[in-house]
Each structure stands twice: as structure tokens, then as C-alpha cells.
Ligand binder design. Structure first.
Ligand code: F0G
Length: 439
């Protein structure tokens, strides 16, 4: 339980000015409802806190690591489990070991850190979403799917030798939190198999993806999410994971593979920057929290509530005319800022402008996923309202609905922004802006 603090509009205005209009630079105490991310923001359960108490902090061979590995293997099924401090550390190690300059890595949609780590290793990160993914208002059960024909074409053009791995991000975070179907995973696997290319899953929200398969894919209606997850991973050669999402933990991640030689190289790199392979930059206490959290994320009651409560927010604002990515995603609702603010040209960052307005109006923090975050790769300008796991109640969400509808009512007056500072990569974290004159 934490107190939340209210602020006045004037206070929020001066906090924004001091932050260069970047919500990452606003102190969390000045946020009323924080929907910046669902990453590391979950409320841990009593069972997780109890497990934390038996964390064993031995440098090597800790029993906490054994419990962590057993828990991961029971769900993911891979031979090697390499702990890391979070998802991006797993990505960096994977791409460093598998990619070289001139390589191409296809994905349904790379998340920002995945793209950055891939490019940092010298490879080109290519997004191959299905065409339906680029139409926010279109309802389709599996908008996270990869364009399989596009994958075939890319491999034919680049040559299989230049494609060291194919990735699938479940659920697709940059494109609306939309799931990938089992059929699509199988089809991508078949293409990879034909060319001898390994398939990796970016598994951050694997439990939500499994739940959507259960709800929407023929043949899966009565299967437990755990069993569906096992089947998803059985088609892959390995995965990267941020335990800050469906691991229900506040920190942590891991890298899995079935390849012994690769695992050896990965562990060597791990030792260089993360730590010994039985802790990988995490404390024994963190490993315990993840071991329990992964199982909690697969519980049916939890998943039913999680998916229903995200849809509750989406459906309430959509019914009032607010344009969102349809259907509602697993971990977040994404407002289509280009449709919300049609008077703003893309160069004026409609997603950033809307996120600023939501904070100003009601102290709500959201996150742009669009031209600022993805640069020239952005096909949409979205404002993500990510829902932390097990944190907010329906009355918090009703307040969020009220604020969004208030902003929607005066949308014509919302001003665009101009960049005054940007870093060479992952610029959204530290960018600064100036607000432009009223349109
Ligand atoms: N892959 C996906 C699909 C992600 O959403 C994230 C993180 C990562 C990889 C990297 O994991 O943060 O543990 O290093 N997404 C967070 C978000 C930051 O807000 O969506 P990490």
C-alpha cells in the first residue's frame, strides 16, 4: 500500500517545464496514476514476499538459483536458463553471440531495446508485422502475427546465411499489445526449419499471449494457459525474457537456449558484465520472486481479471469515440494519437502532445510509442496506457476514463511539440521539448 499525492494544474505545469515536457523526467511522487509502463511495476504477492525471505545469497550454486531454474524450465522447457538483470541484458548477450555486421534479424515488431541491441551488434532489425497491424481501428484476433510470406521473401533476398535468427515478440508491444497465434508461431517455425534458422521468442508477456490463444484460437478453449505456453515454447530454440512483465517481479530477466555451444559462449559473456551464471546480476531474493511470479502469471483467475480489466478501460473510452488500437491489448490500451489529434502534423509528435495533456489534465503518466520512440520505423503514433499488474482498482481506472474523456472534449486546442534535445539512440528516455503555439 502506498499513498498517492494529488497536485494542482499549476504544479503540474511547472513540473513539465522543468522536465522539458518529457514525462520520464517527472518525479513519480508527482504522478497520480502511473501508466508509464507495466515493467517492474507489479505489486508482488504474499507468496512472492514469503519466497524472498528464503533467498540464498551464495555467489555460486545458490539453491535460489535451482528453484528459479526449475520454475523456468517447467514452463519454458529450454535446456539452458541464464539469469540476467533484465530483458535487455539477455538481448545484448544473444545478439552479441549470434549476430555479425551485415546480418538481418526479422521480428514481428522489435521493441525499442531489442532493435537498439540488435543494431548495436551490427545487424539490421527488420519488422514484418501482418498488414492488419498497421490499421488501428481494425479488429482482428491476432494482430501480433508475423507476415510469413514477407519472412520468406526477406530470407530469399538476404540469403539464409545472413539471417542468424528469427524473433517473435509475444505479445507485440510496439504494435498494441496484440497476441501472436499458435498457428503463426508454427508457420514461422516451419519457414525457419526449412532454412536451418533458429527461432527465438521475446517472451515478456507470454502468459497474456497464451491467454489470448485460449480465448481466440480454435482448439485451445479448454486448455490451461500453462499448457499453451509450453506448446508455444516447444516451437522455439530459445527465448529472451524480461521477468519485470509476466515474471511479476520488480527486476530480472533471463535468456534460454537449447544449444550447448551457444550457452557456453553466452555464459562467458554473462560473467564479463552481469555476474556468475547462477545469479546473473540478480540477488537470490530476486530469483525467488521470479520463480513464484512466473507461476502466478499463468493462474486462470489472475489472467481473466487482467485481460478483462484492460479491456474495461479500452471499451469505455472507445465507446465515447476515443480512437484506440482495436481490439484492446493484454497489458495496455493504446490511443491512436494521429486520429485523436488530426490537426497536428506527425513532425509535431501527436503522441507526445497527447501524453503531456493527460498529465496536465489529471496527473496521469503514459508513454508515447510512435515517431519519438521508433523514429522512421513508426507507422502509427500511439499513446500507451500500460496497466501495472495487481496495482490499480476499478475506481482508479474510472478516474483515468474521466480524464481521457475530458481531454478528448477539448482536443482541438491541444498544441504540438518540437524537439530541443535528442540522444543518438533510445532518444525518448532523455529527449526535451518545446511546446508550439496553439494551432
Ligand atoms: N522486449 C519487450 C517486448 C519489451 O516490452 C521490453 C521492455 C523488453 C524487451 C526489454 O526488457 O526492460 O527488462 O530490459 N519493455 C518495457 C516497456 C520497458 O515499458 O514496455 P527490460
Amino acid at each position: 500500500m502506498e499513498p498517492i499525492r494529488t497536485t494542482t494544474r499549476e504544479e503540474r505545469q511547472s513540473l513539465l517545464e522543468a522536465a522539458g515536457y518529457n514525462l520520464f523526467a517527472v518525479p513519480a511522487e508527482a504522478i497520480l496514476i502511473d501508466l508509464l509502463t507495466d515493467s517492474g511495476t507489479a505489486a508482488m504477492s504474499t507468496a512472492q514476499w514469503a519466497a524472498v525471505m528464503r533467498g540464498d545469497e551464495s555467489y555460486a550454486g545458490s539453491p535460489s538459483f535451482t528453484r528459479f531454474r526449475e520454475s523456468v524450465q517447467a514452463i519454458f522447457g529450454f535446456r539452458h536458463v541464464i539469469p540476467t538483470h533484465q530483458g535487455r541484458a539477455a538481448e545484448r548477450i544473444l545478439f552479441t553471440v549470434m549476430c555479425k555486421r551485415g546480418d538481418v534479424v526479422p521480428n514481428n515488431a522489435h521493441f525499442d531495446t531489442t532493435r537498439a541491441n540488435c543494431e548495436f551488434a551490427g545487424a539490421e532489425a527488420v519488422d514484418l508485422p501482418v498488414p492488419e497491424a498497421a490499421q488501428p481501428a481494425l479488429v482482428h484476433p491476432f494482430k501480433g502475427n508475423m507476415d510469413v510470406a514477407g519472412l520468406e521473401r526477406l530470407i530469399a533476398e538476404a540469403g539464409p546465411a545472413r539471417v542468424p535468427l528469427v524473433m517473435l515478440t509475444i505479445t507485440n508491444n510496439s504494435g498494441g499489445g496484440q497476441p501472436v497465434s499458435m498457428e503463426n508461431i508454427r508457420a514461422v517455425r516451419a519457414v525457419c526449419g526449412k532454412h536451418g534458422i533458429p527461432l527465438y521468442l521475446d517472451a515478456c508477456r507470454f502468459a497474456e499471449n497464451a491467454h489470448f490463444i485460449r480465448l481466440r484460437e480454435p482448439g485451445y478453449a479448454n486448455r490451461p494457459a500453462r499448457q499453451i505456453a509450453r506448446e508455444m515454447f516447444s516451437h522455439a530454440d530459445g527465448c529472451t525474457m524480461s521477468a519485470k512483465k509476466d515474471g511479476m517481479a520488480n527486476i530480472g530477466g533471463f535468456l534460454c537456449t537449447n544449444d550447448d555451444a551457444l550457452a557456453q559462449q553466452e555464459k562467458n559473456l554473462l560473467i564479463l558484465t552481469e555476474g556468475f551464471p547462477t545469479y546473473g546480476g540478480l540477488s537470490g531474493r530476486d530469483l525467488e520472486a521470479i520463480a513464484v511470479g512466473l507461476n502466478e502469471a499463468l493462474e486462470e483467475d489472475y489472467l481473466n481479471y487482467r485481460i478483462a480489466s484492460t479491456a474495461y478501460l479500452g471499451n469505455h473510452i472507445a465507446r465515447a469515440g476515443v480512437p484506440i488500437v482495436q481490439p484492446p491489448g493484454g497489458h495496455a490500451i493504446y490511443i491512436d494519437a494521429r486520429a485523436f489529434l488530426p490537426h497536428l502534423p506527425i513532425e509535431q509528435f501527436p503522441g507526445v502532445a497527447l501524453a503531456i495533456e493527460l498529465y496536465l489534465e489529471g496527473g496521469i503518466r503514459s508513454c508515447e510509442i510512435g515517431t519519438l520512440m521508433l523514429g522512421r520505423h513508426a507507422k502509427m503514433d500511439l499513446v500507451r496506457l500500460a496497466i501495472p499488474r495487481r496495482v490499480y482498482t476499478q475506481s482508479h481506472i474510472d478516474y483515468v476514463v474521466e480524464i481521457i474523456l475530458g481531454v478528448f472534449a477539448h482536443r482541438e486546442g491541444i498544441r504540438g511539440v518540437e524537439l530541443t534535445y535528442e540522444a543518438p539512440f533510445l532518444r525518448h528516455f532523455t529527449a526535451r521539448f518545446r511546446r508550439l503555439e496553439a494551432p
